[in-house]
Design a protein around this ligand. Structure first.
Ligand SMILES: [Zn+2]
Length: 297
């Protein structure tokens, strides 16, 4: 399905592409993207409210748009991080996650760790389900931070779940080395659960506390860094600074699969952002487009 058909199709089903959702950064609309990706975030899967069925229905629709693979910026499960969470609940939530993403078993899925994914209340730090290592295993990712290259684009996946939302020293050094080793002018997309910069943190916080350090490093590699993707805030924004698109996208779960509250602009919204996902288009010349789509499930 081409883009035009897809948008009008989505309009019929959901009320359409979220207002202001499409902006290009250097990509020509006539040019075919090298990669078309789905960005999902803050799925917060849990039993109840038909959340698994609604998530699966959304994945089914995304598949029909013809994406190459999926990016997930974390908070895959509802929550394992609070003090009173029991082992059975953590296990149940991850089983639901596994079951739902069966829907996209034919696609690669690259995930970040979100703050709600880790079970810190395990009885013992040596417990197999304690902390980040278990989440790395459940998300089937190589490490808590990692990078990979696809079709000429470089992707860097960060773990901001450290003191005051930041990269630990070891990880920052790794990031510096990874960027230094990436050939000049290689378009690069960075992803972290938390925004590294943007508009929504002014409203609700949640930004990387080391954002100045990151901004400096991104500027040093301004021939490479094209986009910085995140979630966490359940809000949609898109900010351009120094040639980088900072895209915080809204949550798959919206208001955690609930109806919302007095500040919700619509059913299931968190503030003014509906539940949704983004479709990204990555071009050969480093052009980047991100379109936020309300899913309506
Ligand atoms: Zn979240």
């Amino acid at each position: 399905m081409n883009r035009k058909t897809f948008i009008s199709g989505a309009s019929l089903l959901t009320g359409g592409v979220f207002a202001g959702g499409l902006e290009a950064a250097g990509g020509s609309r006539k040019e075919k993207p090298l990669l078309t990706l789905a960005h999902i975030t803050d799925v917060h899967i849990r039993p109840g409210d038909n959340a698994p069925q609604r998530f699966k229905a959304c994945l089914k629709r995304i598949k029909k748009t013809g994406v190459d693979f999926f990016l997930n910026t974390g908070d895959a499960i509802h929550d394992a991080s609070y003090d009173n969470v029991k082992r059975e609940s953590v296990t149940e939530q991850w089983q639901l996650w596994d079951d739902c993403i069966q829907e996209i078993k034919d696609y690669d899925l690259y995930s970040c760790l979100g703050n709600h994914d880790m079970w810190w209340a395990a009885p013992d730090k040596k417990d197999a389900m304690y902390g980040k290592d278990y989440v790395v295993k459940r998300l089937k990712i190589p490490h808590r931070y990692y990078s990979f290259t696809r079709d000429g684009w470089h992707f860097i996946v960060l773990d901001g779940n450290n003191h005051n939302i930041s990269l630990d020293d070891e990880q920052f050094k790794w990031l510096e080395d990874d960027l230094a080793a990436t050939p000049a002018n290689t378009p690069t997309l960075v992803m972290s659960h938390y925004p590294t910069f943007g508009a929504t943190p002014i409203l609700v916080g949640g930004n990387h506390s080391d954002h100045k350090k990151l901004k400096g490093l991104f500027y040093k590699h301004k021939d490479k860094i094209r986009a910085s993707l995140s979630g966490h805030n359940h809000l949609y924004d898109k900010t351009s600074y120094n040639g980088v698109w900072y895209c915080c996208n809204g949550a798959m779960s919206g208001f955690w699969w609930g109806q919302g509250d007095k500040d919700s602009a619509g059913p299931g919204y968190y503030l003014e952002t509906p539940p949704g996902y983004a479709i990204l288009k990555l071009y050969k010349n480093g052009g980047f487009e991100s379109e936020y789509i309300a899913h309506g499930f």
